[in-house]
Design a binder for this molecule. Sequence first.
Ligand code: NDP
Ligand code: PYC
Length: 344
Amino acid sequence: MRTAPPVPDETVRLPVEDLLALAGRVFLRLGLSPAHAEAMARTVVAGQRDACPSHGVYRILSCAHTLGCARVDPRAEPVLAATSGAVVRVDARYGFSPLAFERGLPALVASTREHGVGALVLQHCFHFSALWPEVEAITAQGLAALALTSSHAWVAPAGGHAPVFGTNPIAFGWPRPGPHPFVFDFATSAIARGDLELHRRHGTPLPPGCGVDSDGQPSTDPLAVAQGAMLAFGGHKGSALSAMVELMAGALIGDWISLESRAFDAGAGAIPCHGELVLAFDPARLSGGDATAQQQRAEQLFQAITRQGARLPSQRRFEARARSLAQGVSVPRALYEEILALAD
Ligand code: NDP
Ligand code: PYC
């Protein structure tokens, strides 16, 4: 089921570098430190470049809103704690998450190479991004990765009707020979909140099965669902996975679950504030000594999928990336003009 809203007809195309420069300028103008502005620009432009509109440059608007209403620190310097065993911990100190991830990545890679597995714990961050840029940064180092984060309590548990869970994405990456890793990254809700917001912005209905209104009745009206509850994908299975994300990326790491993040927000509608857990695995260390057989098995699996005409996750995204790099990144004109206005 395609849950993303239709892309508006009128678009502009910009070279990646130009869009990066514009996004960086806006973030600086909004008061971010240069390090945060650069990390944030890289993240939102990667999303736009890869045709992920819910986590592309549209997020500049939600960051601007958050800076106006929440206790985010736009200049917070993330603090990297001393590595303890295989665990690397970064306190984002209520800044945005991309810089905190970038600051923790080298220590995560080193820890994973040393122990075979590594864990990066991000705490106290305002988190708005897709997780695939993070798992791709890890697969680029020849490591496998699993990333989990909670959000605001927007999603009802299967069988219930009141929001408890965040949209709680799970992303996984496996390094492969060649330019692209195997990567998937999805919300455990039937639709990502970002896509719900875009449906609302464009005045289009949600696909059926994404949420209920405040009386618990099924609804395709994005506003009614925002005021009621979103639903997990796959019924009780998505609901259980979402609970796992709350436990692993919230309770386990000593940070907020989505109920707490939403309470902290107190109706402001800001970006959620919580933690993230990123796990990394060194295939060479875990293979039991036969890394070649390990890689062959993985490739055999991918071929068995693609040979029958099925596609691998992220293939659409990688194709969009190639297109954007060759022809420029497409941005809806109305959104582009809103972003330009923030730069002045
Ligand atoms: P989608 O449902 O769009 O895509 C999920 C994954 O499935 C992607 O890897 C996608 O690859 C793949 N896929 C889609 N269709 C197929 C297919 N036919 N065959 C094989 N693979 C397929 O993702 P969501 O809308 O659930 O999530 C979007 C983003 O929202 C994610 O990046 C997530 O991290 C982010 N998010 C962030 C949150 C946060 O708190 N920070 C909260 C919730 C979501 P492809 O992209 O190539 O289509
Ligand atoms: O799209 O569900 C979402 C989301 C929540 C926080 C960032 N993205």
